[in-house]
Design a protein around this ligand. Structure first.
Ligand code: PLP
Length: 490
């Protein structure tokens, strides 16, 4: 494809993308195809001779679109939002055009320096404590996903504790068999902790890091939040068994209910346990911190080691874009900086530049800060705050609608950061008065029946509620027009 053909193809692709967005609300969210639909539609191998763009582009319509789930549709209500925007797409376009691996500063100085600048902008926008800014000992890096960030933190936490223990035991800088054996022995005792409702990425990171994983209870009685005493108890239990707790995920906005752990209490536990790395995962809800009314959550963050949120979830930056802020960048660099001769260069050795490869697991990295920069500049702080506040207001409106039909719905956790969780009342569907007139609902025997169910806290009631709620959302999803997801909390 030469530049003239690229110009024509790009214009045509952009026109199609605009048309897709302009009509997205009219499409069913879920595709109506069966598993394996695609393979019979395309040849068994690539063409021997190249095809022209119009031939390729027409397959978007005939082969790809029928199999898409439309995440950008207003009728998509499953999982979590994964917003996109036109400025975000332009950022992706330029990133693709400049295409660089950009692992060291010299690999593409603008890629590194813009990332440092926009991450400081973001930290200030969220009202994060100053320790997370790049002009002190901390700073921010963009990684792909929250799971990648959590893994990066877990492995760095494991290695930080091993380094500290080896130093306390008098091992020097030289590698010796004895030192390596002792480190391996310590690794065998390490345990990562996460709240009962922390995202599964913590457990996955522990598996990859080769450590144990234990959950800290976050029961209904605390609003599904981890308290300081629950964490203390778990730490003590681990230590009593000779284990070494080294990491804990604090959650702001849990996946199932958007619960926020008790940050003040957990900050006190962090101060008591400086050997445990406290990472704050605010993957979804973190975007809401751009509004000053939510920034009351931020002060305790100065007692934690790191923080992340996904701009690709709720801040109009196209997937993927997870912001990872670290209080002491040295804690990452001490684990991830390995410099074979082919990566050496005068700029790295000057100590004046950031080499983001030392803050992450992969070597190469994408120019993600461009799309963040474009989004921040296009919408401005006020535009982004208005966007978040509108969603929060819609969440509260939805909660209000559920409250108007308490005969059908029970709100399990009220609107928080635009998420309301609810279940269908089992008695409504099993009752002979389904869809009945209000007169029937006023029937005193029916009232008693309802109350009996509503007041019942037994496991059977919850089981019924879960079953019926699942049946209802599966019915909704079967039609394909909307897409909902459910969860089970105990
Ligand atoms: N953390 C929380 C609280 C989440 O809700 C999610 C996803 O829903 C994740 C982490 C994982 O996000 P990612 O897909 O960016 O790894």
């Amino acid at each position: 494809m030469d530049s003239a053909q690229f110009r024509e193809a790009a214009h045509s692709a952009i026109d199609e993308i605009i048309q897709y967005y302009d009509t997205i609300a009219d499409r069913p969210v879920l595709p109506s195809i069966s598993p394996g639909y695609l393979k019979p539609l395309i040849p068994n191998g690539p063409p021997q001779d190249g095809e022209d763009w119009p031939t390729i582009q027409k397959d978007i319509d005939s082969i790809i679109k029928p199999g898409l789930t439309h995440w950008q549709s207003p009728k998509f209500m499953a999982f979590f939002p994964c917003n996109s925007s036109y400025p975000g797409m332009l950022g992706e376009l330029y990133s693709g055009a400049f295409n660089a691996a950009a692992f060291n500063w010299i690999c593409s100085p603008a890629t590194t320096e813009l990332e440092t600048v926009v991450m400081d902008w973001i930290a200030k926008l969220l009202g994060l404590p100053e320790c997370y800014l790049s002009d002190g000992e901390g700073g921010g890096i963009i990684q792909g996903t929250a799971s990648e960030v959590v893994l990066t933190a877990v492995v760095a936490a494991r290695e930080r504790l091993i380094r500290r223990i080896l130093e306390r035991e008098g091992f020097g800088d030289e590698e010796s068999e004895e030192k390596i054996d002792r480190a391996a022995e310590l690794r065998g005792k390490m345990v990562a902790l996460g709240g009962e409702h922390a995202h599964s990425s913590t457990q996955k990171a522990a598996i990859i890091a080769g450590t144990r994983f234990r959950t800290v209870p976050a029961p209904r009685s605390t609003g599904f939040s981890v308290t300081g005493s629950a964490l203390r108890q778990k730490i003590e239990e681990c230590k009593a068994k000779g284990l070494l707790p080294f990491y804990f995920t604090v959650t702001i906005g849990s996946t199932a209910t958007c619960a926020v752990d008790n940050l003040e209490e957990l900050a006190a536990v962090a101060r008591e346990n400086p050997d445990i790395w406290f990472h704050v995962d605010a993957a979804y809800a973190g975007s809401a911190l751009i509004c000053p009314e939510n920034q009351g959550l931020c002060p305790p963050l100065s007692d934690f080691d790191s923080f992340n949120f996904n701009l690709h979830k709720w801040l109009l930056v196209n997937f993927d874009c997870s912001a990872f802020f670290i209080k002491k960048r040295k804690d990452l660099i001490d684990t991830y900086s390995i410099t074979p001769t082919y990566l050496r260069n005068q700029f790295t050795e000057s100590g004046l530049v950031t080499d983001y490869r030392d803050w992450q697991i992969p070597l190469g990295r994408r120019f993600r800060s461009l799309k963040v920069w474009f989004v921040l500049r296009t919408y401005g702080v006020n535009g982004l705050r208005a966007f978040i506040r509108n969603h929060v207001k819609l969440g509260e409106y939805f909660n209000g609608l559920l409250d108007q039909r308490k005969d059908i719905f029970t709100v399990v956790t009220p609107a928080r950061f635009a998420l309301t969780t609810f279940h269908i009342n089992p008695q409504y569907l099993v009752s002979p008065t389904i869809g009945s007139s209000p007169a029937n609902k006023a029937d005193p025997s029916h009232e008693a029946y309802l109350n009996d169910f509503t007041n019942s806290a037994d496991a059977q009631y919850r089981e019924d509620a879960n079953q019926i709620t699942k049946q209802v959302y599966e019915k909704v999803n079967e039609k394909g027009e909307f897409f909902l997801t459910g969860t089970v909390v105990c």
